[in-house]
Design a protein around this ligand. Sequence first.
Ligand code: CP
Ligand code: NVA
Length: 334
Amino acid sequence: MSLTWKPTLKGRSLLTLLDFSDEEMLDVINLAVALKARRRQGTRGNLLARRQIALIFEKSSTRTRCAASVAVRDEGGQAEYLARGDIHLGAKESVADTGRVLGRMFDGILFRGFSQQTVEGLAKHSGVPVWNGLTDAFHPTQALADLMTIKERFGRLRGLTVAYVGDGRNNVANSLMLACAKAGVNFVNCTPGELTPDVELVERGRAIAGGNGATIRIEQDPHAGVRGAQVLYTDVWTSMGEEAQQEQRMKLLRPYQVNRRLVKETGLSDDQLVFLHCLPAFHDNQTALTREIGAMEVSDEVFEASFSKVFDQAENRMHTIKALFVSALADPEQ
Ligand code: CP
Ligand code: NVA
């Protein structure tokens, strides 16, 4: 099986999806599709042989951490997990110095944390590709897996409509909006006025979407917002680092729960729809919080429905992160 990607991606960082051209982004997704098929056939190659990747995590992670570790090991490389407190970053050492040190040893750095400035600083000072594994502002590697999952389900991206329902200004919503704009997917952000996304970012997204024949809408009424959307997407109401706002968010976002009633408002049948969630999700009574208050952003019924593709989406985190590592660090096969 031949694996191809744009040679222009060699050595490139992904801090936000604005770093890639529309074509480059779609190319990474196509490479992820090919890598997934190749792995399913039992082939794990050597595309990252002897490559060393640092994984810096200031916040918790199941998917992103495991996706990155498995991706690099699958292709013959090695990953070093560095949690908050393991290294001096943010305590005794600046972002610039940490970046300069790690860049002397590693071939690439994946960072998850709070400030977008930190990931930008690492990219600026390390001299090696840096990938944003989630900051308060963006979650670009998630959005690549989201588009891949939508493409797997519908066989195309252009012309579809994604309705995101919930905290309209969080990292996942921001990156999903940009991803949709770049892929020519219509994007509706269903969110209360208090959680409206950054105006400048929306304008940026609209300009990109317009060039690809798509639209971006902000809609306060979730019932009107989801009408005709083939993809329903939600995320937690309170992101990591915002725990103090949990009570307020629960009040604000209760009418935005993705449940059977809301799904019906799409006007589409189950076999025409997909439900996505970046995960982790508060959908059942299996966590300390939901044991007390029940499901939050998605009902258990929708989470477990036939049209819910959340575990395909979680798996695709690995294939898309692998595609990013490979396109930045390996030479295209002939
Ligand atoms: N979706 C996602 O980023 O999951 P983790 O927080 O488990 O990495
Ligand atoms: N918006 C969520 C995404 C988790 C993957 C958070 O930042 O906690």
